[in-house]
Design a protein around this ligand. Sequence first.
Ligand SMILES: *Cc1c(COP(=O)(O)O)cnc(C)c1O
Ligand code: SF4
Length: 335
Amino acid sequence: MYSVEEICPDLSWQQELSDAFTRLDDLLDFLSIDIKNLTEHERACKSFPLLVTRSYAERIKKGDISDPLLRQVLPLPAELQQHSNFSNDPVGDSTATVLPGLIHKYHGRALIVTTPACAIHCRYCFRRTFPYADNSAHRSHFEHILSHLKSNPDIEEVILSGGDPLTLSDQRFKEVITKISAIKHIRRIRLHTRLPIVLPSRVTDFLLDTLVKISQPIIIVIHANHPNEITSEVTQALIKLKHPQITLLNQSVLLKGINDQADILVKLSHRLFDAQVLPYYLHLLDRVNGSMHFDLPQHEALTIYQHIQQKLPGYLVPRLAREEEAMPNKTLINQ
Ligand SMILES: *Cc1c(COP(=O)(O)O)cnc(C)c1O
Ligand code: SF4
């Protein structure tokens, strides 16, 4: 017997993805926002195009140019500024790339750049300048990656990242994860995905069925930065993912003007917990070209962090960390 899902997987999320906003004027129309120097904003889209799902856009307050969700996706003229502390590869991914599409930086964990595609383009993203054309695990590279994983028994955890691994179709995602799962020494499989936040309809029954049939435990690290991102629809999608096989964690990026206040981050932790997700990392910004206006001095980050520690039980406090080149682990910041 086949379930209905197997014969006819839920494709509505793919339709939603192709209906996402890709033009700034359309997005601003939808939000009833008028900006005068539109062409200057549009220039910032040349190197990194605008992309926002409708589901996400609906959570932005109409008419509010400084809405914290809009600020994450709105191209700004400031992105074109260069600064000597900012570069195209701030975390040393190119030196840690062992094969096209495979980054092996930390002991026991290898990260696959599963696809260049995302469902949203976050303006602060450290992969905004990533050379995806040569470095993602498209079909020909994927077989090489699999043989590398097979012949390296010290790799015990595979991280499917990107881009966003859940932008792959249900069938392709199933093929990828099933092939990785067949490697005996892989003990855990992790997904880094923003899809449950920006496109909750992506959490299909088919996806869930695929995940729970994998023999290894699955860790899903979602990416939410602000409590307004966690609507009831998102909460439902996350609760749907809750299963003995699956651990749900969240990582955020500390962003100036967006979530750089203790009460916002405290509220985020509470909302995540309501959706059965535990906070994992609060990242300091990766200093990628074009993201300077999101940067916060480390001492300010620490002050905010101390405040959230004072307001939350320990298990709701994310680890404050920075990603650095050529380090054996992410650098935890505590002073
Ligand atoms: C962040 C990261 C990981 C995972 O690190 P954890 O501390 O285990 O979450 C693995 N590989 C790369 C390249 C990373 O950037
Ligand atoms: S990789 Fe993640 S942070 Fe970067 S643009 Fe895609 S969804 Fe946003």
